[in-house]
Design a protein around this ligand. Structure first.
Ligand SMILES: [Zn+2]
Length: 621
């Protein structure tokens, strides 16, 4: 072969390939793909056959059912041309909405002999308005890929990691992938229960999608997608993929084989009165198909009610409400073990804006132990996922075991759309001391007065400096739990009360100003002994016991191994407002909350000086 002849050969070859492509017949891969799947997984075929029986035996009136199905379009493109426009996608959405509701304008071309069997499928489609995670979306995903084309028998297009695009929850969304499909195949669908859930949906070649842009005649009116959706809803080809085969629909005429191009009615085969070649489940050109039938509608709805019920209940078409308020709160401090002299406690919390809208204000409600609730407004400006840490006003505490509760309310003066993260509790301990004040009032001769504070081991902790007459001194000390000795002297032996002024000395707890020791009358010297001990030895434990199920639908069990046997436990339930809503002395490990409203509660179990607290969620059906 000389060089010129070789070039001619190549040219002819290319010309031939192009002509094959542009005059190719409609080829849909759905049934072949399903058969190949069942060859690989025979057990799945048996499951599918059982469900098929159920579908065929279901005889209901489906004329009143309707649904709007959220669609996510995955545009998987290798070249810029394949990255089809939003407008082209909308043109396709328009076609399927019309075809599935028999509002397509060419419906009037259906031969009148079929008038009694044609039907609306009563199925509409929306661009998904929210992602599976509840975020706003326009329902269109665009992914560039290194794959130049995708093949019928591979699944690459369904996976991010393989150059495709991950499906959204296929129970709740109709996933439609648009890309360059190899092998002259216009598209394929996954029949119900005939493949992996991650590959469920429809794949359409970008040249046969929508009515504008890259769509190429004669498959440029969006009917490839209509046809593939028929398969997705469990319809077979009208010729039953066999010579005079069965499509498991009663009213579609039995026909010999696929019809291509356009036919004129009646086109008789298999002793019928004419093939229904204008049925969307035939292989005719886009401008020659225009109908589904009542039998097909019933099969589709029976299949939806059996296999695809998640589409009916999906919230994918519901837009995410624009002015959502969604914030969360966490406790930064106090936590763990802190010095008991850090009193009052100034809690620190972290708030986070989880809404797409900026957060400008919210109310923080908090308390420690059984204190009254404190309220503090926060004002600022947080964009989505920004946080701010806030120091709250102090609350004085007593005892050694504590619990802080905080709640975030009224983000942007609205209800929070997700209250599950608006409430936090934390346990903390105080150790190492009690804050006390030594109050000293001097008399007219302060220079005669001196004082010394010793601990139980006679270590000097503090003593007086130069004192002024008739003055009030406050000496603050953080004292550990032990006993102390305060010594007061007067060099002249006349004390400091009450002949030459009204001197006095006392020791008070800062927390509540409780007087621990007091003295005002002596001669040369006196000693005050006092001891510091925790006010309250009740211990609080968070989540120490197991509470289940949580969330509960009413009956709640707990494991009381943490407590002593045979001693009653007091079970109390508080709402988030701190109100006691339930109280019971019990030796059982079970309480019944089924009369309460759904929500978050605190369960407190107490036995003697031990209290456990658990957050519980009541979620009745
Ligand atoms: Zn098909």
């Amino acid at each position: 072969m000389n060089n010129t002849l070789f070039k001619l050969w190549i040219s002819l070859f290319i010309l031939f390939s192009i002509s094959v492509n542009s005059f190719s017949q409609r080829t849909c891969g759905s049934t072949e793909k399903m058969n190949s799947y069942f060859n690989k997984f025979p057990a799945q075929k048996i499951i599918k056959q059982k469900l098929e029986k159920k579908i065929l035996s279901a005889s209901s009136d489906y004329s009143k059912q309707s649904v709007i199905i959220p669609v996510v379009f995955h545009v998987v493109y290798n070249t810029p041309e394949q990255n089809i426009s939003d407008m082209q996608i909308l043109s396709q959405l328009d076609v399927i909405n019309k075809d599935f509701n028999r509002t397509n304008t060419d419906a009037l071309y259906t031969p009148s002999s079929f008038n009694s069997i044609v039907a609306s499928m009563q199925i509409s489609f929306c661009l998904a308005q929210r992602t599976p995670n509840g975020n706003p979306t326009n329902g269109i995903i665009r992914k560039q890929t290194n794959q130049t084309e995708f093949q019928l028998y591979d699944t690459l297009i369904h996976y991010n990691s393989l150059g495709g695009s991950d499906a959204w929850d296929t129970d709740k969304y109709l996933n439609i992938w648009i890309s360059n499909i190899g092998g002259g195949i216009l598209g394929w669908a996954q029949y119900p229960a005939a493949g992996n859930i991650n590959t469920d949906g429809v794949v359409i070649d970008f040249r046969h999608f929508g009515t504008i842009g890259t769509s190429v005649s004669p498959y440029n009116l969006g009917r490839t997608t209509t046809h593939e959706l028929g398969h997705y809803f469990n319809l077979f080809h009208v010729w039953g993929d066999n010579y005079c085969g069965n499509d498991w629909v009663n009213d579609t005429p039995t026909q010999e084989e696929a019809n291509f191009g356009c036919k004129s009615h009646p086109h008789i085969s298999c002793n019928n009165s004419g093939d229904m070649f204008m049925n969307f489940m035939d292989y005719t050109d886009d401008n020659c198909m225009n109908s589904f039938t009542i039998g097909q509608r019933n099969r589709v709805w029976s299949s939806i009610n059996t296999y695809r019920t998640g589409l009916i209940t999906s919230d994918g078409c519901n837009p995410v409400v624009a002015s959502t308020s969604n914030a969360s709160i966490e406790i930064i401090s106090p936590e763990g073990s802190i010095n008991g002299c850090n009193n009052p406690i100034y809690p620190k919390v972290l708030i986070k804006n989880k809404s797409i809208d900026n957060l400008y204000t919210c109310l923080i409600k908090y308390k420690i132990n059984s204190s009254a609730y404190q309220y503090q407004w926060w004002n600022g400006n947080l964009s989505q996922n920004e946080t701010d840490s806030i120091s709250l006003s102090g609350i004085a505490i007593g005892g050694t075991s504590h619990m802080i509760e905080v709640e975030l309310l009224q983000p942007n003066n609205n209800q929070d759309v997700d209250t599950s993260d608006n409430y936090a509790i934390k346990l903390f301990q105080t150790t190492g001391g009690t804050s006390v004040n030594i109050n000293l009032i001097t008399d007219n001769y302060a220079n005669e007065t001196s004082w010394y504070l010793y601990d139980a081991n006679n270590n000097l902790i503090d003593s007086s400096g130069n004192l002024s007459n008739n003055s009030h001194y406050i000496y603050n000390h953080c004292l550990e739990n032990m006993c102390y000795k305060l010594v007061i002297n007067d060099t002249e032996g006349d004390g400091f009360c009450c002949n030459y002024g009204n001197g006095s000395i006392s020791v008070n707890k800062v927390l509540n100003n409780q007087e621990i020791a007091q003295l005002s009358y002596f001669n040369f010297s006196d000693t005050i002994n006092f001891c510091i001990s925790a006010l309250n030895n009740t211990e609080i434990f968070i989540n120490k016991i197991k509470v289940f199920p949580n969330p509960t639908n009413g009956i709640l069990f707990f494991n009381s191994d943490f407590f002593m046997k045979d001693i009653p436990i007091i079970a109390q339930v508080f709402d988030l407002g701190g109100r006691l809503v339930f109280s019971e002395e019990t030796t059982e490990e079970e309480i019944d909350l089924s009369n309460f409203e759904n929500g978050i509660y605190i369960l407190e179990l107490q036995q003697r000086n031990k209290i456990t607290k658990n957050k519980i969620i009541l979620n009745k059906p």
